[in-house]
Design a binder for this molecule. Structure first.
Ligand code: NMN
Length: 171
């Protein structure tokens, strides 16, 4: 049994990791779709697909689950998006998402979709992590240790602060 879980993973945070741990109870293999793969260097999508793959691979190195990270570029046409996903991904039996549009599109394409109640949208949303990165707040406690290391390696905080037009020192 193989699952498919798409997110932007900007960055991969503890909510994502908890979701993967929960999915691992259902499936043997999991395709992680790296959504908006063509976007980077913006406040909403600061990290490249390759950098996000690095975060995911290093964060999941200790799990037994077999995972495949597959970059999925955005399309201007929602009605054919599931076909686009299928054209890029290994075959999967069930889709996991908490995103209403993603859920709707997969359901219309007759896929089984499962949602996770464990996902704490308030604290663990990517928006909160990115705001803390921009404002000099504690973002490190919201992500796996491996993600902290990747973001340090790529000077990710400097990048997101530059593209947001601010910096934590207010200079
Ligand atoms: O729930 P998030 O983390 O936003 O991830 C969903 C991903 O799926 C995003 O990258 C989003 O752009 C993508 N998506 C794209 C289309 C499209 O390109 N038409 C439709 C639905 C979802």
């Amino acid at each position: 049994m193989r699952g498919f879980y798409i997110g932007r993973f900007q960055p991969f945070h503890n909510g994502h990791r908890n979701m993967v741990a929960q999915i691992a109870e259902d499936v043997d293999e999991l395709v992680l779709g790296i959504g908006s793969a063509d976007d980077s260097h913006s406040v909403r999508n600061p990290f490249t697909a390759g950098e996000r793959i690095m975060m995911i691979t290093k964060s999941l190195v200790d799990t037994d689950l077999v995972t495949y990270a597959v970059p999925i570029e955005d399309l201007d046409r929602n009605s054919v998006w599931v076909s686009h996903v299928r054209s890029m991904s290994p075959h999967f039996d069930v889709a996991y998402s908490n995103n209403p549009l993603v859920i709707q599109l997969f359901r219309e394409a007759d896929f089984e979709v499962r949602q996770s109640p464990m996902f704490n949208r308030d604290v663990l949303e990517g928006t909160e992590v990115r705001e803390r990165m921009i404002n000099g707040g504690d973002w490190e406690s919201l992500v796996p240790e491996a993600v902290v290391e990747v973001i340090e390696e790529i000077d990710g905080i400097e990048r997101i602060q530059m593209v947001s037009g601010s910096d934590s020192n207010g200079e």
